[in-house]
Write a protein of this length. Structure first.
Length: 327
């Protein structure tokens, strides 16, 4: 008799719990996704230790989103910005592949950088099978876009000391990841304070939100569009619409000049652009202060680009001389 009473109590508790979960889901208050620690290889552990990174995943066996998270030291009690980086196509899947672009970790996690621009950093690794981050319909993001968005939000919520300033979440990415920047920022307008796609295809204009146009800074090499048979009219149309709606769009096109190799422009300049642009953007919130950025930071950015290009040319010439000498 006593056992039957205990069983009845358990049944009632289960029914109450089920009802509460269903009620919360019905009212848009379903249980929020959380980060789960990710077991990684010994090589990944060694690399992560160099930059004080931790690895996480979303716990989804069929669409696993992974990422490397850096938590800065607290600066008083104020929340700090979060920079989200979507990598190139070759860095999908295993988080250890992120270290192919290690400059982002070396610079952003360094004490000097953090002293000037304290911030969180999340480098996302999309699933191996996610061949593109584009897709979905206006107002209806794709499954992978939802998973990455939820992963980013879970990472922001997980930071307690210091917390993430939810009004200063910045999104950037390169090539494959640059396309992802457009996809996420357009499907989730108003979430990201600024978006900086690098070497991305022109944005899909029909996804644009006139209510929350956003702040954008687009970078690409002049050869990027030529290779894909595209022109800049889509980008220009997007720029005009965003600026008209009260947002801000800047577009910077790099010329393959001075006879330097394409790899120097694509790799050296892109990584430098990302770091310099991120330094600039971290100081701003949702208000469009890009005019200040353009007048104060673009000259410095141009000189940095020239320095990278010239260093690449110099290195190429030195290598050629060594080869000739050896012959």
């Amino acid at each position: 008799m006593k056992g039957n009473g205990i069983q009845s109590v358990r049944t009632i508790v289960c029914l109450i719990f089920t009802f509460r979960v269903a009620f919360a889901a019905h009212h848009g208050k379903a249980v929020q996704p959380v980060l789960r620690p990710l077991a990684v290889s010994a090589e990944a552990v060694r690399q992560m230790a160099r930059y004080s990174l931790r690895a996480y995943h979303n716990g989804n066996a069929t669409n696993s989103v992974k990422g490397l998270l850096f938590t800065p030291k607290p600066v008083g009690s104020k929340p700090l910005p979060m920079v989200v980086y979507l990598p190139g196509n070759g860095e999908r899947g295993d988080v250890v592949r992120q270290f192919r672009q290690r400059a982002i970790f070396e610079r952003v996690t360094s004490p000097n950088f953090q002293k000037l621009f304290p911030c969180h950093l999340l480098a996302v690794s999309p699933p191996e099978g996610a061949t593109t981050l584009l897709g979905g319909l206006p107002g209806r993001p794709s499954r992978i876009q939802k998973d990455i968005y939820e992963f980013v939000m879970a990472a922001c919520r997980s930071q307690k000391r210091p917390k993430v300033d939810m009004d200063r979440i910045y999104l950037t990415g390169f090539s494959y990841g640059g396309n992802g920047v457009y996809a996420l920022a357009l499907h989730y307008p108003g979430v990201f304070a600024a978006s900086l796609p690098i070497a991305a295809l022109p944005p899909q204009f029909e996804y644009f939100s006139s209510d929350k146009p956003g702040n954008w800074w687009h970078f690409h090499n002049e050869g990027d569009y030529v290779r894909h048979g595209l022109d800049a009219r889509g980008l220009e149309r997007f720029r005009d619409a965003v600026n008209k709606a009260g947002g801000a769009v800047f577009a910077s096109v790099l010329m393959a000049a001075l006879g330097c190799a394409r790899s120097v422009c694509a790799a050296g300049v892109a990584s430098t652009l990302f770091l310099v642009v991120m330094c600039c953007v971290l100081s701003f919130n949702r208000t469009p202060y890009f005019e200040w950025m353009a007048s104060n930071c673009i000259p410095r950015l141009v000189w940095t680009i020239l320095a990278v290009i010239l260093s690449g040319v110099t290195a190429t010439r030195q290598t050629a001389r060594k080869e000739l000498a050896s012959q």
